[in-house]
Design a protein around this ligand. Sequence first.
Ligand code: C2E
Ligand code: CA
Ligand code: CA
Ligand code: CA
Length: 279
Amino acid sequence: AKELGANDYYFYNSDLKVRLERKISLTTKLAKALEENDIKVYFQPLIDLKSGKITGAEALARWQTDTSRFIRPDEFIEAAEESGLIGTLGDHVLNKSCENLRKWHDAGFENLTMSVNLSVKQMNDQNLVTKTKNALKKYSLKPTDLVYEITENVAMKDFDATLALFKELSGLGVKISMDDFGTGYSSLAYLKQFPLNSIKIDKVFLQNIPENEKDNNLIKGIVWMAKSLGLNVVAEGVENKFQSEFLREIGCNGCQGYYYSRPLPEDEFFDYLKAVRRD
Ligand code: C2E
Ligand code: CA
Ligand code: CA
Ligand code: CA
């Protein structure tokens, strides 16, 4: 191995210090943002491919730092996990999601469901089931109105714990969707063991269709397999008409993506719902 010179050592040291300082400052800012209600919940519609109708929405967190700047979750979910703020963040997202779903149901969109993402720490939270029940009760929602999205990687961290939690949630009636399907390092054997309602095909599989024959076949295979197991299949990252038609033709149930709508702030999403109803 290369020997470290005095300058290299100094460099590594200060680099580490900068990173640590950045992390601490991010945590402090995130705590403040949560207190001051600067973490917004955006909603992106989920579309039924057969009817073209909206079946629900996915709740996506956004951190508003000033009137025009938003930080995406990839940049703060990890910090929230490491600092323990994920509990507060998760409670906020769940509550905002249920509050908005109540509003949509009251406006006549009774069949819409709400999909909420869960991270590792949230899965390990002993109070998750109680928190879920409380939020549903507070907004008079049915357990079947709620879908929890969990990525393969997170679900496979502790198979037995995941299975126990999934059984408890699905026992209540809450639906479970396996997110980022096909990107995790996991065996497919779990598909028959977990009480899943649906799988969500990751957007990486959609990026190169129709040019890439292998990707086309991969998606067809995933849809066929999941449907044979009685699962609902949803594709994410649909950005054009071709992708949406391809997915419909191969029997994919639902989809989501910029082609239909970007994730929207709550007021804009509500307007979008009403506008689509009028069409
Ligand atoms: P995800 O659950 O896989 O969410 C889908 C991501 O794809 C979202 O990114 C969404 O904005 C983006 N997207 C939607 N349609 C399109 C499209 O047509 N093309 C492309 N290129 N992208 C599209 P976002 O909002 O930045 O979220 C990133 C990840 O952060 C999510 O991935 C999810 O794992 C996590 N996340 C978001 N909100 C929450 C939350 O409230 N709690 C937790 N635990 N995680 C969250
Ligand atoms: Ca998701
Ligand atoms: Ca995903
Ligand atoms: Ca993802």
